[in-house]
Ligand binder design. Structure first.
Ligand SMILES: C[S@@+](CC[C@H](N)C(=O)[O-])C[C@H]1O[C@@H](n2cnc3c(N)ncnc32)[C@H](O)[C@@H]1O
Length: 237
């Protein structure tokens, strides 16, 4: 996230969106509903089976991971917000095939076994910069098994209007909307006005995939409740 003040943020302290996620209280119902929509559409979009080792990167509250876990061999999860990790751990505690994977360090990346499926849903818009987001995809691609998939969804494209999107949600998912309005208001207050949502083009996703030995196909529409955002399905060659 780019600080508007022009000052360099202190990287040892959470800033912008990290503050927002670190200060989340118990989840609004809209997060559960969004997780259900996403998990259902993900499992319709790609083949998921009981042999798969899965990584949910940026797991949030863990609603989606809880729904996917019964259909796969294992789910590892990671989030860079300790608060969200706590919520996710509590939600998944009864699911024996789920485990936290600490990808906050290089050691964590090195010790992570090859993944058949990596999920990165609604995460990249909260990353500091385009370079950092594309670099993250490159690092995650190193964790993929040969033939493995990485599904990067809810990516906001450059020319996207968040206002038009909000009107669409109002008509299609009115119950999500009232929660979302409160949520967005809180977001800006908690992120202390220092955070914007990162946008990424299809070209950048394609180029990054190619550079990291992956083929990419775009799934239409996006698999969350925001149909005009991007879902990229990357396969490791
Ligand atoms: C909207 S939630 C998405 C949760 C989940 N992926 C889902 O589909 O329900 C965004 C999550 O991404 C996490 N996040 C943002 N930037 C991240 C980063 N660079 N590394 C790991 N997690 C990140 C946030 O802490 C937050 O929990």
């Amino acid at each position: 996230m780019t600080p508007h003040s022009g000052q360099q943020p202190n990287r040892s302290e959470p800033a912008g969106w990290r503050i927002y996620w670190d200060e989340q209280g118990s989840p609004a119902d809209s997060f559960r509903v969004e997780g259900e929509i996403y998990a259902r559409r993900l499992m319709a979009a790609i083949e998921i089976d009981a042999s798969m080792d899965v990584l949910d990167y940026g797991c949030g509250f863990g609603f989606a991971a809880a729904l996917i876990a019964p259909h796969v061999k294992t789910i590892r999860y990671y989030d860079n917000s300790p608060r969200m990790v706590e919520y996710c751990k509590a939600r998944l505690a009864q699911l024996p095939n789920t485990m936290f994977c600490d990808l906050g360090s290089e050691d964590g990346f090195e010790n992570c076994p090859p993944m058949d499926l990596i999920l990165v849903n609604s995460v990249l818009q909260y990353v500091d910069s385009l370079g950092a987001a594309l670099d993250l995809l490159g690092r995650l691609s190193k964790l993929m098994a040969n033939g493995g998939l990485m599904v990067v969804s809810d990516v906001i494209p450059p020319s996207h209007s968040l206002a038009v999107e909000a009107i669409g949600v109002l008509f299609k998912h009115p119950s999500l909307f009232s929660d979302r309005i409160m949520n967005v208001a809180r977001r800006y207050a908690r992120a202390r006005g220092s955070a914007t949502l990162l946008r990424i083009s299809r070209n950048d996703l394609e180029e990054t995939a190619r550079r990291n030995g992956m083929e990419v196909a775009f799934h239409e529409p996006n698999i969350t409740h925001f149909p005009k955002r991007i879902t990229a399905v990357c396969r490791k060659n």
